[in-house]
Design a protein around this ligand. Structure first.
Ligand code: MG
Length: 341
């Protein structure tokens, strides 16, 4: 097993793609081995007394700390809230731990903390615990944030994070354009200027998702398409399952600016990170209602049906291209952009 992992950690182990999965499966899940961790969902579902709780953790190492449309603080709150929300849970409480490099500017830290406060207030999640560590100059890069989130989940929604109720013919919906976050970070990093500003899509999805769950009990699966992008979420969903996924390239919303940047840098928007996008699998009879509901919200107005669950090619994601061909969509092999979130 050790040999499969390689001798040292590479950036690819943090990509969310193939190497991350190998590391998680062959090391962490293997040793921590328990039935709650095993399904590797966005949030662990734990039962405390009679209440089902969703429980999640995340670390944020994005570089740069400030980027068009957001900063590491907003990202930390949204990332945590979204992992709970896509599990079907109502986010309630979170913690925030700060690992800070000596010499980091107090003004910058205050800006980041204010942004976390504002975002958490809007999402309705309370930051109720935290920790601060400071390391010598040069021993971490400015600031890292670690969070934990807790929410409550209705027993009837527990199946959403695993996709246990998925059926052939279910429709796959995304709530808007893909790749925005990845491209915003890329442009901030490369100090590129564009005529049209490309901003992160970083947003808390819990209110939007709550509206959808109120409207229908036909949601079969949800996951936020963060690191590794839309492609990674769908590959994870299909892996080892008795169904396949067919995607329709024409249906996948991508901003022109994002397409352009991806072409210049040789990236595929399907693998670019998002921080405010959920992949929603819904029974075919409820798909129309869900789309109309999403469209009423600014963060769902560009939603689209991008594909469906099929009987063919079980375990695989196949993309019907714009020009009528078909290609297999695989999990990201290496690292597309490190420190994206
Ligand atoms: Mg997630």
């Amino acid at each position: 097993m050790r040999n499969q992992l390689g001798k040292t950690i590479s950036l690819g182990h943090g990509s969310g793609g193939k190497l991350s999965h190998e590391l998680t499966g062959n090391l962490f899940v293997r040793y921590f081995n328990n039935e709650i961790l095993a399904p590797q969902t966005d949030s662990a579902i734990v039962k405390v007394n009679r209440e089902n709780l969703a429980f999640t953790t995340d670390s944020f190492v994005v570089d740069p700390l400030f980027f068009p449309g957001g900063d590491i603080g907003k990202l930390a709150v949204c990332g945590t809230v979204n992992d709970l929300a896509v599990s079907g849970a109502i986010p309630l409480f979170m913690s925030a731990s700060f690992i800070i490099e000596e010499g980091f500017g107090m003004d910058q830290l205050e800006t980041i903390v204010k942004s976390m406060a504002e975002e958490s207030r809007m999402a309705g999640i309370k930051i109720v615990a935290g920790d601060t560590k400071v390391v010598d100059h040069g021993q971490c890069d400015k600031l890292f944030i670690n969070t934990t989130g807790i929410g409550v989940i209705d027993p009837e929604r527990i199946h959403i994070s695993t996709g246990a109720n998925i059926r052939y013919g279910d429709k796959i919906i995304v709530n808007g354009t893909v790749g925005d976050h990845g491209v915003a970070i890329l442009s901030a990093r490369e100090s590129l200027s564009f005529e049209s500003k490309l901003e992160t899509d970083c947003a808390c999805l819990n209110h939007l998702i709550a509206d959808v769950l109120k409207k229908t009990d036909k949601i079969r699966f949800m996951r936020d398409a963060t690191r590794g992008g839309l492609a990674t979420v769908l590959c994870e969903l299909a892996a080892d399952k008795s169904f396949g996924i067919e995607l329709d390239e024409v249906g996948i919303p991508v901003k022109e600016g994002v397409k352009g940047m991806c072409e210049i840098f040789g990236f595929d928007p399907l693998y670019m990170a998002n921080e405010g996008k959920a992949v929603i699998v819904v029974a075919v009879e409820a798909a129309g209602d869900v789309v109309s509901l999403l469209r009423k919200d600014p963060i769902g107005k560009n939603c689209s049906v991008i594909g469906e669950i099929v009987e063919d090619h079980p375990g695989q994601v196949v993309l019907k291209t714009e020009i009528g061909g078909k290609r297999i969509v695989d999990m990201l092999a290496g690292e597309q952009l490190p420190r994206i979130c």
